[in-house]
Design a protein around this ligand. Sequence first.
Ligand SMILES: [Mg+2]
Length: 307
Amino acid sequence: MAHETPLLTADPRALEALTDVRVLYTDLDGTLVAQGGSVLADAAARPSLVVAERIVEISRAGLSVVPVSGRGRLQLRELTQLLGWDGYIAEAGGIIVHGTGLDYEDRVDTGTWPANVPGTGVTPFEAINGVRAAETLFEAFPGRIEHYAPWQLDREVSLLLRGCLDAAAGQAVLDTLPLPLDLIDNGLLRSYGTLTCRDMPPHAYHVVPKGVSKTRAIELDLAWRGLSRGQAAAIGDSATDLEMADAVGVMVLVANAFGSNGVVSGLAENPRDNVWRTERERTEGWAEFADAWLEAGRRSGDDRAGE
Ligand SMILES: [Mg+2]
């Protein structure tokens, strides 16, 4: 299946589409950062400038990068500021922020919830806890789902869990609760924590207000920025990331995505003509994309100069 997805750098149609792209929405874990969480590392997590050099070049070219992650607001603010970017999407699409200083602007998305939910003085996170969403999953799937400590703290819109669940079965359990919620699979984790399941690798999961997603957050962010879908690209390594394809012109999967649950089946179930893959994994795949994007920009600049 990996090889049915065209290689970004070998497809002139992809390179043409990249000439219009002004903003990249990037997943973090397994995509921008190596195993262990460093941005200063190659695909095997050895010290490397492979990503850092491209981050600097992209900023020099006046292009924007927006991290899109399941992480919370404070974690993403730190990372965004450290890498010299100006906006981020946190909590799997629930929080969209422009600016990292005191004058930041933000939007909290509650998806398809009615305007009066969760109610004054209650965060979406508190509302989700109010219907015992986490506890209900723990009771339905003993040993297979738990809080992803300590990152489940300081949340505003979503629960963060670790587990080995059939996503459809988990969703069916959430559908019994009196608040419309979605279960999002946010890709592979390294550690089982205290889970007892061993029949599949551990994944990160989010419980969000129904409709909240990375895809929807990108659509909201593009509208806020005054950019069109064709002016955006996205890159990631999970089934959830693949869905970002519906909000951008160019969607790229790093090579390791093809080992993540739901990516291959997602490609088969919903064939899209704007999804490409990189040859290399993780940070090196990210750099491969960045080089193609920068080259597309240089070429279109040359074309304009020659007109
Ligand atoms: Mg990821």
